[in-house]
Design a protein around this ligand. Structure first.
Ligand code: S3P
Length: 181
């Protein structure tokens, strides 16, 4: 994690499923008076299909739509708040564009906390949690696999364990102000 280049940059939120990227992102966007972009929502709106349905064509097909959604969000002329799907950081092009145009904040929490937040029926809308394994185990496995990618993508890591949306948003906005100073 190295310093962000200063200026009015996007705020880009990354982290595993259940990290709070969407709820915190919406709150931060309202407080900053910026537009909010959720890459999963963009993909669903542009294809007219749900993420779950798109995964039926294979994860690679979803990842290429995600790459386009990240590139488009980061190409916005005015600074926006972007919530990236949990796996977006795996793609080096995504990491490059988000770091080049934004301050990248990693919302982190232990797998048990993430599992509690996504709830028991997370597999209904999150295909990677639909495999039948306990959600906490899948999230532990993904956390271990993805940790280096989050580390490489993020300028800042925030431990959100035990914090609510307002407290996390406060922490994110403090970090953004510090990085953009
Ligand atoms: C994924 C996370 C999801 C969604 C898709 C894949 C992942 O987004 O993009 O189900 O690979 O971690 P959220 O992190 O917003 O749930």
């Amino acid at each position: 994690m190295t310093a962000a280049v200063s200026g009015r940059r996007h705020l880009v939120l990354v982290g595993l499923m259940g990290a709070g990227k969407t709820s915190v992102g919406m709150r931060c966007a309202a407080r900053l008076d910026r537009a909010f972009v959720d890459t999963d929502e963009v993909i669903e709106a542009t294809t007219g299909r749900s993420v779950t349905d798109l995964f039926r064509d294979g994860e690679d097909a979803f990842r290429s739509l995600e790459r386009q959604a990240v590139a488009d969000a980061c190409a916005a002329p005015d600074p926006v708040v972007v919530s990236c799907g949990g796996g977006a950081v795996l793609d080096p092009d995504n990491r490059r564009v988000m770091r080049a145009t934004g301050t990248v904040v990693w919302l982190d929490a232990p797998a048990r906390t993430l599992a509690g937040r996504v709830g028991e029926h997370a597999g209904g809308s999150r295909p990677l949690l639909a495999g039948g394994a306990p959600t906490v185990e899948t999230l532990e496995r993904l956390a271990a696999l993805r940790e280096p990618a989050y580390e490489a993508a993020a300028h800042v890591r925030i431990d959100t364990d035990g914090l609510g949306v307002d407290e996390v948003s406060d922490a994110v906005l403090e970090e953004l102000a510090r990085c953009d100073a």
